[in-house]
Design a protein around this ligand. Structure first.
Ligand SMILES: C[S@@+](CC[C@H](N)C(=O)[O-])C[C@H]1O[C@@H](n2cnc3c(N)ncnc32)[C@H](O)[C@@H]1O
Length: 294
């Protein structure tokens, strides 16, 4: 069923299933070191190439990239290349008040803090206390000083009454875009899991829309390829809340637009959202949509 669904989504399903990832990816932590200095230090140990879509991202080949002084000191963060995109789409500014609703283990929170040069404020929230341990560790290690960590069920975050300039909803998902790292996940794929996750995602986006100030920006992302977890969730929010989709334009990476038709439903706005397919850039699959509150 999974293959048949992929074939309905894209013409190059074989390439999707065959995609492989040879390089690992890292993000320079410019809160602690310049890109040039880190490059100089790492080039002595690893084979490195630049990431065409992000100046602070690098692809690396070599053993034990999580076992060296530069890593322990928080000079870089090991982060999937496509996962660096939602913060770039958000374009946070120094003065912003941001809520990262599902933040753990903090790859995107620390990237946001870095882009904001530790200005403004980020509420980094997650429901899982064990994952909050990793979030706390990563925030501390990155030297991200503008973060407040909270432990709420984000489905009810609007009960806080907070209104943010920008919200990141990097939603929990079935993670089918991770197929490039783990082909065996196909064996465990179950449609009921997709439907269950979609219900949670709809509850989360409802709270996210309520926590946004007028003109505020919401970035919704998942590493799932399922339309039920992506386009259908956005469509649910568009029908209920005063929000509109903004077009995403990224340079240096091949993107495709969202799925425009699924199970009889049409998503005209999907031309403005993006999908990153694993076979296009040798990354995990990702869906990203940028919304503005009217
Ligand atoms: C895709 S991961 C987030 C990854 C993170 N943004 C990063 O870049 O490192 C999704 C997260 O959502 C959290 N989560 C799941 N249900 C939640 C809920 N109801 N409220 C808040 N967080 C939730 C999970 O614990 C998990 O850490």
């Amino acid at each position: 069923m999974f293959r048949e669904r992929i074939e309905r989504m894209i013409p190059d399903a074989d390439a999707f299933f065959a995609a492989e990832q040879e390089w690992k990816s890292i993000r320079v932590n410019t809160l602690k070191i310049s890109r040039e200095e880190l490059l100089e230090r790492l080039q002595a140990k690893y084979e490195i190439k630049e990431m065409p879509w992000y100046e602070n991202g690098f692809f690396v080949i070599g053993e034990d990239i999580a076992k060296n002084m530069e890593y322990y000191l928080g000079y870089y963060h090991i982060q999937e290349a496509a996962s660096m995109l939602p913060p770039l789409v958000m374009q946070p500014e120094r003065k912003d008040f941001i809520i990262d609703l599902c933040a753990a283990p903090g790859s995107k929170t620390t990237q946001l803090a870095m882009i904001m040069e530790n200005g403004g404020m980020i509420i980094a929230n997650d429901i899982s206390i064990s994952r909050i341990r990793a979030l706390t560790h990563n925030i501390q290690k990155a030297g991200a000083a503008n973060c407040i960590i909270t432990n709420y069920d984000a489905r009810y975050f609007d009960k806080t009454g907070l209104k943010a300039d920008k919200i990141l909803l990097d939603a929990p998902c079935t993670a089918s875009g991770k197929i490039i790292k783990n082909k065996k996940m196909i064996e465990k794929w179950k449609y009921w899991r997709v439907k269950k996750m979609a219900r949670l995602q709809k509850a989360l986006i409802r709270a996210a829309c309520n926590c946004l100030r007028k003109d505020g920006i919401l970035v919704y992302s998942t590493c799932s390829v399922e339309p039920e977890e992506n386009e259908e969730v956005i469509d649910y929010a568009l029908q209920r809340f005063d929000i509109e989709v903004e077009k995403i334009e990224l340079k240096g990476i091949k993107t495709r637009h969202g799925i425009k038709e699924w199970n009889g439903k049409e998503f005209e706005w999907a031309a403005k959202a993006i999908r990153i397919w694993p076979q296009d850039n040798n990354t995990e699959g990702f869906f990203i949509c940028k919304l503005r509150k009217c």
